[in-house]
Design a protein around this ligand. Sequence first.
Ligand SMILES: [Zn+2]
Length: 282
Amino acid sequence: MNAKCFVRLIGHGVGLAVCLTVVSMAQASPWTEVDTATPGPAVAIGGPANGCIAGARALPATGTGFVSIRRHRKRYYGHPDTVRLVQYLGRALSKRTRELMMVGDLSQPRGGLMPSMHRSHQNGMDVDIWFRLAGSARSANSRYPEGRNPDGMVAPGGLALSRDWGRHQRFLLKTTADYPRVDRILVNPVIKRALCRSEKGNRRWLRKLRPWWGHDAHFHVRLKCPKGSPRCRQQSPLPTGDGCNRSLAWWFSKEARTPSKKPKKKTGSRMSTACKALLFKP
Ligand SMILES: [Zn+2]
């Protein structure tokens, strides 16, 4: 277990035991060593970047219209709301094409920190979905082993959509955004800008699309805190409007495109008592 525990003295000599998990890409997280979800009702605890989940459900390896890839990572667990969303999207897509939606990471069996660049996906309410579709479950798993990602949807130069972008990708984003339990969707700024320019009529769904670095090959869906999870921490509400404004233009400014301007990843966070108890539960 790669957690450093130490005692910090606070106030008038009151000892507080704090387990600080020091994170780096090379280091494992204690959550990775857990193979099973806890039984009982599903409860999301904490926020997406510092949380955990009790009673997580496993997303099946395949279902109507979808395939879950890279199962060896054990990141196919989530709150039932998240699993239901994936199944709903798969069914919706299957009415339009025989191709399959490829589902990436949800959360680990009890959530918690992942030993990678991922900071979120911790409380069972996040899921990554690849934009590219697969011909079959078998081809999805053989074509995209660990370390070989599906191609992105942004053309070289980073300013326009690639030729691979099409109606199925738009359909998946819109159907996800229209799903009431979805809080927000992270996409590359180029994708957001293209939709801001092309969408006519009701553009309200664009509000849930939030521009972020990367996310040109997959989109990241975050669901709202579920019912029955009083300790789930909801991210601050989205600004009003469709987001096709100056805040989007910033992503194409010199400032945003300078690598040093990217926010630095935090290198540690305090685990809540509830999550600590969940981690060590037999
Ligand atoms: Zn993600």
